[in-house]
Design a protein. Structure first.
Length: 391
């Protein structure tokens, strides 16, 4: 008999007890980040901002604007807010409600379609689901005689499809077509820091150059408490500040989030090449295990998907068993894969994996799949013939 699935709280507690963690960055002890923020502000004499006005936030906005080659920047409490604001402004300027994006974009899948509910915007989902947006997708839309969008949102890298990126030539072609047709190009750069490594030696500013506006995140690769930034022309950012207030995002004090991002920023950016190199090495190791598919292989950034020839429930039970027996937390969310009976998980390579080499973690993934197969057999979940072939 397989054990009952763990609750989210039980999983979190099990994860905390593990000494080997694979995805992401280590979680900090209760209050540790708040203590670091306090100490850092005291050491540097940073006062609290008042409704987003203050030296710390100002210096940090200018630093990121310079790095990304944009005229101005505004700190935002969330990426969700930043991108809705960007799209709303571009739409108002064009006098259109039409926006376009990939079918797997965060706005479409994870924000309850706020663009429609809060801003009355209408979306066209462009191109094939399994690859990033390209100029031919926009050309196809325009060829139908449909109303051109005011703005096209492009996520670099596209998280839901394994962190895939278009080639640089494809980005240039997309930007040329969009601009030729008066369409603003907005970058969902939630993982821009990670994407730049793929385009190295291009600088962050060079990667941002084809885009009219850019959003970046500070809590993913940078590991801050929360927070985002929107960047673009001066007048666009001035309008975005008004929209931040309208959205209730101009909190009376933003500085804990700003400080958390600013104090980590340089150190985390410097680690991006190591994260990507480790991701490539780890993916190569996983690819040697029969019944496991790394997607894409090789990964383009330090984020990729792994597909397993075993159903999600069996794999989750196996993950929890390894966490108890070996003290190793191998994967966070395990969901259904694209093939019936398979499952899939996202691996984000951060500080955790830098401290464990393949000789430790790859055999644990082989064990994970073997255990999942035995759990699946025990519960008669192993229905797909392809899976039987790999057991
Ligand atoms: C690609 C992408 N865009 C936007 C967001 C939204 O960011 P936030 O959680 O700061 O609202 C996320 C968050 O995970 C994301 O992954």
């Amino acid at each position: 008999m397989n054990p009952a699935p763990l609750t989210a709280a039980e999983q979190a507690s099990l994860r905390r007890r593990c000494t080997v963690q694979v995805p992401g960055h280590p979680s900090s002890a209760p209050g540790a980040e708040l203590v670091r923020i306090g100490q850092w502000c005291q050491e540097h004499g940073w006062h609290a901002d008042v409704y987003g006005e203050g030296k710390l936030i100002d210096v940090f906005e200018r630093k990121i604007a310079t790095l990304l080659g944009k005229a101005a920047a505004v700190f935002m409490p969330s990426g969700t807010m930043a991108q809705l604001i960007a799209l709303r402004i571009w739409c108002e300027r064009k006098g259109s409600k039409r926006i376009a994006m990939h079918a797997t974009s965060h706005l479409e899948l994870h924000e309850e379609r706020a663009y429609a509910h809060l801003h009355g915007l209408q979306v066209t989902l462009l191109g094939a689901r399994e690859r990033p947006t390209e100029a031919r997708d926009l050309a196809e839309m325009l060829a139908t005689g449909a109303e051109p969008p005011a703005a096209l949102l492009v996520e670099l890298p596209a998280r839901e499809i394994g962190g895939r990126l278009p080639s640089w030539e494809k980005i240039e072609a997309l930007s040329a077509l969009a601009h030729d047709r008066g369409i603003r190009l907005h970058m969902d750069g939630a993982r821009l820091w990670e994407a730049r490594e793929h385009f190295a030696p291009k600088s962050l500013a060079e990667v941002c150059a084809p885009f009219d506006s850019v959003y970046v995140s500070f809590y993913k690769g940078i590991g801050a408490l929360a927070g985002a930034m929107l960047l673009g022309p001066e007048d666009f950012i001035a309008e975005a500040r008004i929209w931040r207030r309208r959205h209730g995002g101009t909190l009376v004090q933003l500085h804990p989030f700003v400080a958390s991002a600013a104090m980590r920023f340089d150190t985390q950016i410097a680690k991006m090449p190591a994260y990507r190199a480790r991701a490539l090495d780890f993916a190569a190791g996983l690819s040697t295990i029969a019944g496991m598919v790394v997607d894409p292989q090789p990964p383009q950034v330090n984020l990729f998907h792994v597909h397993f020839a075993a159903p999600p429930a069996a794999l989750t039970t196996a993950r929890d068993q390894i966490a108890s027996e070996d003290g190793a937390w191998l994967a966070q969310r395990i969901g259904p894969g694209n093939t019936p009976g398979w499952s899939s998980t996202e691996i984000y390579v951060g500080d955790n994996l830098l401290t464990h080499d393949n000789s430790i973690v790859v055999p644990l993934f082989a064990k994970l799949l073997a255990l999942a197969h035995s759990h699946a057999r025990a519960t008669s979940l192993l229905a797909h013939p392809q899976m039987r072939a790999t057991t």
